[in-house]
Design a protein around this ligand. Structure first.
Ligand code: FAD
Ligand code: A2P
Length: 307
């Protein structure tokens, strides 16, 4: 197994007490027409700030929405993953992007709209935002990225870092294999679908698998969640899941990681996991959900950002 050398990254160049102003350069919808979800690709112009060339894909930036929370204090910052590659959105060093889903929920019979996501989704080109960061020092591509294969699991806006990472990897000189497994509720929520399909057409070492939870049911009637790919695609994934230079990255909804761990174990890949307690004595078929959540930790070959 090659050593995983993570790059040294900068952290908190700007803090909530001392944020920087960034300008909206783009803000367009990237969920398809008819989707019940509203997800937007938002690009910030960071010209003249100390963030230029110092925010890496896999890191997040903080946004401070204006106004006050119910407790009378200023709203807290929210984090958003960078979805542009290290060279900047469209190769422009002064542009970084993210992918934001409007949080809209019915709570106790009333409509609740998330503070920061809706603030950001409403912003117009030229508007200013208060930004902090960057944050995150582990969910990164290794410096020796060409030494590895990658299996990327994303749900919803968890796709953001993988868009940038895949751009990084496919730039040139990379001969490994990358599989992106994306889970979303409906086909209208396949974020950046055209981009990934084109990538797949143009690169024989890139595979794009879609898991549509609500439209495509499993034979047993359950939702078609993305961890099923480990079983469904065993014939194609097995050779590189078995090879010792494969890394797994997981980003999106908190909770998705536990099902992925379980399916890795069920399909015979315990080397990606650190098992504790009773799990060591039992076969994965007999593991209880509570045990899976408590007694499995990811090995250093798994990177995750779940929220
Ligand atoms: P909030 O107003 O904070 O509400 C969030 C939830 O809290 C609501 O859905 C509701 O259930 C509950 N809630 C809060 N206040 C009330 C209230 N008064 N009454 C009832 N319920 C309430 N998101 C993205 O879209 N894209 C990303 O790339 C992304 N990356 C992230 C990276 C990291 C490392 C982390 C930690 C998070 C990331 N997020 C991302 C999530 C993001 O930070 C925000 O949490 C998200 O946008 C919701 O923020 P909000 O202010 O819109 O919602
Ligand atoms: P569902 O909502 O049908 O239960 P989005 O952020 O756009 O809503 O997408 C998140 C996707 O992740 C949805 O398809 C959602 O399915 C799915 N999902 C929800 N919980 C899990 C989980 N524990 N493991 C894997 N996928 C999940």
């Amino acid at each position: 197994m090659p050593e995983i050398v993570l790059p040294e990254v900068e952290l908190n160049i700007y803090t909530p007490k001392d944020p920087v102003e960034a300008t909206i350069a783009e803000n367009y919808i990237c969920s398809a027409e008819g989707s019940p979800n509203f997800v937007r690709h938002i690009t910030f112009d960071i010209t003249g700030t100390d963030l230029v060339d110092r925010v890496k894909v896999g890191q997040a930036v903080g946004i401070l929405p204006p106004g006050e929370a119910d407790n009378g204090r200023p709203h807290k910052l929210r984090l958003y993953s960078v979805s542009s590659p290290n060279e900047g959105e469209g190769g422009k060093r002064h542009l970084i992007s993210t992918t934001v889903k409007r949080v809209v929920e019915e709570i106790d019979g009333s409509l609740y709209t998330g503070v920061c996501s809706n603030y950001m989704c409403d912003l117009k080109v030229g508007d200013k935002v208060r930004m902090t960061g960057p944050s995150g020092k582990r969910f990164l591509l290794p410096e020796n990225k060409n030494d590895f294969n990658y299996l990327f699991f994303a749900t919803g806006t968890g796709i953001a870092p993988f868009r940038g990472m895949i751009m990084e990897l496919m730039k040139s000189g990379y001969n490994g294999n990358v599989t992106l497994i994306f889970g979303c509720p409906y086909r209208t929520d396949l974020l950046y679908k055209d981009f990934f399909e084109k990538m797949e057409e143009e690169n024989s070492n890139f595979q794009y698998l879609k898991y549509i939870s609500r439209e495509d049911r499993r034979e047993d009637g359950t939702k078609n969640y993305l961890h099923n790919a480990i079983k469904d695609q065993k014939s194609t994934l097995d050779p590189y899941l078995k090879s010792d230079n494969t890394l797994i990255y997981i980003c999106g909804l908190k909770g998705m990681e536990s099902s992925i761990y379980h399916h890795l174990a069920l399909q015979g890949y315990p080397e990606y996991l650190v098992l504790k307690g009773d799990l060591l004595e039992k076969s994965p078929e007999d593991w209880e959900w509570e045990e899976i959540k408590k007694l499995i930790k990811p090995s250093p070959r798994i990177f995750e950002e779940v929220y």
